[in-house]
Design a protein around this ligand. Structure first.
Ligand code: AP5
Ligand code: MG
Length: 192
């Protein structure tokens, strides 16, 4: 099993690249953002709890997302690998993921760190707001909040993995296909 963590700020292209990667490699895509939006749409208690936090640009509690990931790992024992998108987002989540994988004798093959400057990130999310229906895209203040939360709470996760020598930086400022080529080159080298 080869597991990938796709890491980067809001708007860096994690979801976009995930779609292509799952098609090519058969990964099981685990986007905590997508899973939470599904709960919101279905109006579950978890979705209702998450809604106010997501729409304010804040993170939902670690225990909530860790529980969702644990359940997804348990439900998919036979996949060729997992593609974690938007998770882990705090050092606590990264530590929990290590434990969840170790307990199953799995591990992370590579952490891909998408590099995109903030001006471009905001531009992309403003563009996406027109079609995504995501309330956290539409409001410039919430967008700013998401970038701030990323810097304060999520960026330390990159350092956590860098200390273990697991991080490969990907220049995410190019056409989608070009970025995809950069990602697959790194995955192929890591798998070899
Ligand atoms: P989540 O859904 O994970 O959102 P995010 O991290 O804010 O990232 P985005 O989905 O906005 O961006 P992306 O990197 O996927 O970019 P995309 O490919 O769409 O999380 C949402 C919320 O849920 C969080 O704020 C939090 O509240 C909660 N949450 C989720 N996970 C959590 C966790 N683990 N712990 C706690 N809370 C959690 O691309 C963006 C746009 O750019 C698109 O329009 C795309 O077409 C365009 N684009 C992509 N690539 C390119 C390119 N190369 N050139 C030009 N345009 C491009
Ligand atoms: Mg996304």
């Amino acid at each position: 099993m080869f597991n990938v963590v796709l890491f980067g700020p809001p708007g860096s292209g994690k979801g976009t690249q995930s779609e292509k990667l799952i098609e090519e490699y058969g990964f099981k895509h685990l986007s905590t953002g997508d899973l939470l939006r599904k709960e919101m749409k279905e109006g579950t208690p978890l979705g209702l709890e998450a809604k106010s936090l997501i729409e304010a640009g804040k993170l939902v509690p670690d225990s909530v997302v860790i529980g969702m990931i644990d359940a997804a790992l348990e439900a998919n024992p036979d996949v060729p690998g997992f593609l974690f998108d938007g998770f882990p987002r705090t050092v606590g989540q990264a530590e929990a993921l290590d434990k969840l994988l170790q307990g199953r004798q799995w591990h992370i093959g590579i952490v891909l760190f998408m590099q995109v400057n903030e001006e471009e990130l905001i531009k992309r999310l403003v563009g996406r707001a027109k079609t995504s229906g995501r309330l956290d895209d539409a409001d410039p203040e919430i967008q700013k909040k998401r970038q701030d939360v990323y810097k304060q709470e999520t960026l330390p996760v990159a350092e956590y993995y860098a200390q273990k020598g697991m991080v490969q930086k990907i220049d995410g400022e190019a056409a989608i296909e070009v970025v995809y080529g950069r990602i697959t080159a790194v995955i192929e080298a890591a798998k070899a």
